[in-house]
Design a protein around this ligand. Structure first.
Ligand code: XIL
Length: 302
C-alpha cells in the first residue's frame, strides 16, 4: 500500500491524525490529510472549553467543521475529550461538589448526544491519573467531587451514545513498570469486573529523550488488551530526527501490530510545523509536507 491508511487497513486497523479546524484552508495540509489518514481527532475543538464556553450554551462550529470534513472524505472520528481537568471553560474551573459533578455529567450527556452515531470512540476521561510513584488519581476539581467521577462519566457517555466505543486516555502509561500504568490498569480491571462500561484504553504516546519508547511497550499494550478492552495509540509524536526517530516510530507501530486488540494509531499532527511541541520535529512530515524517514519506516512496517 502507498498510504498510511491503506497500509493500516491491510490488517484491519486505522491510521489517524489530530486536525486543527483553522488549518482546513491550507491545501498542503488538507491534501496530506485526505491522502494519508482514515481517522481524525480534533486537536482542541471538542474539548470542554470549546464545546461549552458558557454553562449550558454549547458551541459546535469548529468541531463540526472537522467532523464534517472527515466524514465527507469517508474517515472516522475519535471524540476528544468529554471530561478532563485541563482546558475546562472558565466557568467550570472554580466549581466544586455536586454542582461540578452535575455540570460535568450534563456536558458528557449533551456532547455525546449531539454527536451520537458519528464517533468511533470517545475519550470519555482524559489524564485522570497522577504522575510519579503513587499510582493514584491526579488531584483535580473533578477528582474532588468523589472517586467515582470517572465511572459516572462513562455511564453517562454510554447512555448518550450507546454504539460508540468508550475509552480512558492518558500519557506516561506506556512503560509497564511505571506506577501510573499500574494504577490505570487496576482501574480498568475494576471497571471490567463491576460492569462499568469501558471499551478501550488510549495511550497518548508523546515520546522524547526524557520519556523514550519503552522496551516493554508491547507487554503494556497486551496486558491491557487481556483485560478485555481495545487499545489504541492516540497522540503519537516522537522528538528527534533521521534514522533514530524512524526506528522509534517503527518500534511503536510494531508493538501495536503485535497486539490483536490494538486497533489503530493516531499521530498528533501532520507536519512538524503543526505540532503542539513548540520546537522540534516530532511528526511524519516536514514543514513543507515532505515525507520524512519516519514516514517511510512506518509505512514499510504497517
Ligand atoms: C494539546 C494541543 O495539541 C494544543 O494545541 C493545546 O494547546 C493543548 O493541548 N494531551 C492531550 C491533548 O490529550 O489534548 C493535548 O493537546 C496534548 C496532550
Amino acid at each position: 500500500a502507498s498510504t498510511l491508511a491503506a497500509a493500516a487497513q491491510q490488517s484491519g486497523r486505522y491510521f489517524g491524525t489530530a486536525v486543527a479546524a483553522n488549518k482546513l484552508g491550507d491545501s498542503t495540509y488538507v491534501g496530506i490529510l485526505n491522502r494519508e489518514f482514515d481517522m481524525v481527532t480534533a486537536e482542541n475543538e471538542m474539548k470542554m472549553d470549546a464545546t461549552e464556553p458558557n454553562q449550558g450554551q454549547f458551541s459546535y462550529g469548529n468541531a463540526d467543521r472537522i467532523v464534517n470534513q472527515a466524514r465527507n472524505q469517508g474517515k472516522r472520528v475519535r471524540g476528544h475529550a468529554l471530561a478532563w481537568h485541563s482546558q475546562q471553560p472558565g466557568w467550570m474551573q472554580n466549581m466544586s461538589g455536586t454542582a461540578l459533578r452535575n455540570a460535568m455529567l450534563n456536558h458528557v450527556t449533551q456532547v455525546a448526544t449531539y454527536y451520537r452515531g458519528k464517533i468511533y470512540a470517545w475519550d470519555v476521561v482524559n489524564e485522570a491519573y497522577a504522575d510519579g510513584s503513587s499510582g493514584g488519581r491526579r488531584d483535580s476539581n473533578l477528582q474532588r467531587t468523589g472517586n467515582d467521577w470517572i465511572e459516572a462519566a462513562f455511564r453517562a457517555a454510554r447512555a448518550a451514545d450507546p454504539n460508540a466505543k468508550l475509552c480512558y486516555n492518558d500519557y506516561n502509561t506506556d512503560n509497564w513498570s511505571h506506577a501510573k500504568t499500574q494504577g490505570v490498569y487496576r482501574m480498568v480491571q475494576d471497571f471490567k469486573s463491576r460492569g462499568v462500561p469501558i471499551d478501550c484504553v488510549g495511550f497518548q504516546a508523546h515520546f522524547n529523550s526524557g520519556n523514550p519508547v519503552p522496551s516493554n511497550y508491547h507487554t503494556t499494550l497486551q496486558n491491557f488488551a487481556n483485560l478485555g478492552v481495545d487499545v489504541q495509540i492516540t497522540e503519537l509524536d516522537i522528538e528527534g530526527s533521521g534514522s533514530t526517530q524512524a526506528q522509534q516510530y517503527q518500534g511503536v507501530v510494531q508493538a501495536c501490530l503485535a497486539v490483536t486488540r490494538c486497533t489503530g494509531i493516531t499521530v498528533w499532527g501532520i507536519r512538524d510545523t503543526d505540532s503542539w511541541r513548540a520546537s522540534g520535529t516530532p511528526l511524519l512530515f516536514d514543514g513543507s509536507g515532505n515525507k520524512k524517514a519516519a514516514y517511510n519506516s512506518v509505512l514499510s512496517v504497517l
